[in-house]
Design a protein around this ligand. Structure first.
Ligand code: ADP
Ligand code: MG
Length: 238
C-alpha cells in the first residue's frame, strides 16, 4: 500500500497556469524527491497530492483508487511542513498525540502509538517538555512524530529542513532516510537542494516551470541528464 499515480494533473490559479500537465508514478515504499528551483510548482504539486489544494484537471490515485475528489483527511497521507506548527503550550507527548485525540482514538491506542513514535525518533527523554525547551532538530522530530502516529499510507515532506542550520540539516537528512528504512513507507520529499535530492532519493523528479524535465535515480540523472537544465541542476559534468 502506498502507490500514488498522477494522470494529466493540471493547476491554474485564475488565468495563470502553473502546472500544464503532469503524469507521474510513485511506487509503494519509494523515496521520491521533487526538486527544482523556487516557484517551479513543487509545493503546489505536493499540496494537490495531499488534498490541500484542488486540481484544475486530471486525476490522482492512491493504490489504484481515484482520490481526486476526496478531502485531505480521507486520503490517509501525512504532511510534514518546514514550519513545525507545534502547539507551544502542549508537551511533546500531547503534541504528538494531538491528531489521534482529534480522530477520537481510544487513550490506550494513543499511548501505544505515541510511545512507538517516540522510540523511533529518540524522543523518549523529551516527552514532558514543551516545544520552547527543544532544539530545532528535536522540534522537527516532534513534527515528524505527529505524522508517524497517524500511520499514513505515505509521508509528504515540504522542505522540512530549510529552517535548520547546515550541520543539523545533514543529521536530519540521515534521520529521515533511516526512518524510511525502518518504516518502509512511501515518502515524497520536496526540496530545492540538489544535495538532499541526490543523497536521499530512490527516484528524483526534476521540475521546471510546472513541467517534469526528467525522472530517474540519482545515478541515472547524473550520468544521463536529458538536457542542460537537468545537468546544471544536478551538478552533472555533462
Ligand atoms: P515551489 O514550491 O516550487 O517554490 P509553488 O508551488 O509554491 O513553487 O508555486 C508555483 C507557482 O504558483 C509560483 O509561480 C507561485 O507564485 C504560484 N502560486 C502558488 N500558490 C499560489 C496561490 N495560492 N495563488 C496564486 N499563485 C500561486
Ligand atoms: Mg515550495
Amino acid at each position: 500500500m502506498g502507490s500514488i499515480t498522477l494522470s494529466n494533473v493540471k493547476k491554474a490559479f485564475g488565468d495563470t497556469v502553473v502546472i500544464p500537465s503532469i503524469d507521474l508514478e510513485v511506487n509503494n515504499g519509494e523515496f521520491v524527491v521533487f526538486v527544482g528551483p523556487s516557484g517551479c510548482g513543487k509545493s503546489t504539486l505536493l499540496r494537490m497530492i495531499a488534498g490541500l489544494e484542488d486540481t484544475s484537471g486530471g486525476t490522482i490515485a492512491i493504490d489504484g483508487q481515484d482520490v481526486t475528489d476526496l478531502s485531505a483527511a480521507k486520503r490517509g497521507l501525512a504532511m510534514v511542513f518546514q514550519s513545525y506548527a507545534l502547539y507551544p503550550h502542549m508537551t511533546v507527548r500531547k503534541n504528538i498525540a494531538f491528531p489521534l485525540k482529534m480522530a477520537g482514538l481510544p487513550a490506550v491506542e494513543v499511548d501505544k502509538r505515541v510511545a512507538a513514535a517516540a522510540n523511533v525518533l529518540n524522543l523518549n527523554d523529551y516527552l514532558d517538555r514543551r516545544p520552547g525547551q527543544l532544539s530545532g532538530g528535536q522540534r522537527q522530530r516532534v513534527a515528524i512524530g505527529r505524522a508517524i502516529v497517524r500511520e499514513p499510507t505515505a509521508f509528504l515532506f515540504d522542505e522540512p529542513l530549510s529552517n535548520l542550520d547546515a550541520a543539523l540539516r545533514v543529521n536530519m537528512r540521515l534521520e529521515i532516510s533511516e526512518l524510511h528504512q525502518t518504516l518502509g513507507t512511501t515518502m515524497i520529499y520536496v526540496t530545492h537542494d540538489q544535495v538532499e535530492a541526490m543523497t536521499m532519493a530512490d527516484k528524483i523528479v526534476v521540475l521546471q516551470a510546472g513541467r517534469v524535465e526528467q525522472v530517474g535515480s540519482p545515478l541515472d540523472l547524473y550520468r544521463n541528464p536529458r538536457n542542460k537544465f537537468v545537468a546544471g541542476f544536478i551538478g552533472s559534468p555533462k
